[in-house]
Design a protein around this ligand. Structure first.
Ligand code: ZN
Length: 319
């Protein structure tokens, strides 16, 4: 196979699953994945992180992990510079509330977390119960109040809850206090990082013990005052069918929503394009795809033809 053909290969990923005290069984019952147990919280769908490195499901690169392809076949990713694949896409099924958390930026993580990337992330709400809320941001007006609210456990005053519904899109910059609440499913697109500082865990126990909190680091990195709620939640207006609807472009990624109904055509002209089918099924360049499939279109892939009735989330890096 010459390299032009190799770059026509769709890289279908085998997800890696993570169990958590707040996890559920919907990744099995609603998504059809073979999950490791009833408390499965995360599907790492496109990941080259050492804590969950996805392998290619079939084709010429079958069995090779995304981190291997990044190192050994850089032409698939447009020869982009960088020592690791830059993005991570996951589905989260929160059966119970997640802990209240915050992520550092690149500078803080690089210095305090062995050279790790910081974490900017964004959420597309796949499903949410009637009246659902999320924690985004906080109500402390300055650093002194932040420290007082956290050290004295003034959580009701501190945490800012905002209403969300299916189809909302939320950008979480480093320094933003956030938590997903029970019943919500999201697709998360993020920097390739696993650095999370836990601020508060509702006093829960795991194996009889509270999970570790990271109060000092959290206070270091939390942005005060917080960005307004209106600036954090992006209401995706009625999507235009059969086109790439942009959701966000930030320093690390660009994300789109696609509603295919009938047929559409687009061009893969980015270093690589990640796609996740989050509803329905159809075809991409003649190959069947369905809800729960995640794949990468390599650099130079060119014309993309899709048919069917399906919803997808796509992402790439910001050039
Ligand atoms: Zn997070």
């Amino acid at each position: 196979m010459n390299s032009a053909d190799a770059n026509k290969e769709i890289l279908f990923m085998s997800p890696v699953f993570k169990q958590a005290i707040w996890g559920g069984n919907k990744l099995g019952s609603k998504w059809g994945y073979e999950i490791p147990g009833d408390n499965t919280g995360e599907c790492w769908a496109v990941s080259a992180h050492p804590n969950g490195d996805c392998a290619v499901r079939g084709g010429v690169y079958a069995g090779r992990t995304l981190s291997q392809l990044w190192a050994e076949e850089p032409q698939l990713f447009g020869n982009v510079q960088g020592d690791r694949f830059p993005l991570l896409v996951k589905i989260i099924d929160a059966n119970d509330d997640l802990s209240i958390q915050v992520h550092p930026d690149d500078a803080y993580a690089g210095k305090n977390e062995n050279g790790s990337f910081g974490k900017t992330e964004c959420w597309y709400i796949l499903d949410a119960p009637e009246g659902a809320t999320l924690v985004i941001g906080h109500n402390a007006k300055d650093k002194a109040e932040l420290e007082d609210m956290i050290s004295n456990g003034r959580w009701d005053e501190f945490l800012r809850e905002v209403p969300v519904k299916k189809g909302d899109f939320i950008q979480i910059d480093p320094g933003t206090v956030h938590a997903i609440k029970g019943g919500i499913q999201i697709l998360e697109t993020q920097q390739n990082s696993d650095i999370t500082y836990r601020v508060y865990d509702y006093g829960r126990l795991q194996d009889g013990k509270p999970r570790e909190l990271h109060i000092g680091k959290s206070i270091d990195v939390i942005t005060v005052p917080a960005k307004s709620a209106q600036e954090s939640v992006i209401n995706v207006s009625a999507d235009v069918k059969n086109t790439m609807n942009p959701l966000i472009s930030c320093d690390y990624y660009r994300v789109w929503k696609l509603d295919v109904d009938g047929s559409m055509e687009t061009a893969q002209e980015y270093p690589f394009l990640i796609m996740s089918v989050v509803e329905g099924d159809g075809l991409i360049n003649g190959q069947p795809i369905k809800k729960g499939d995640h794949f990468i279109l390599p650099s130079g892939f060119g014309k993309v033809q899709m048919q069917g009735r399906m919803e997808l989330i796509a992402s790439t890096i910001t050039a």
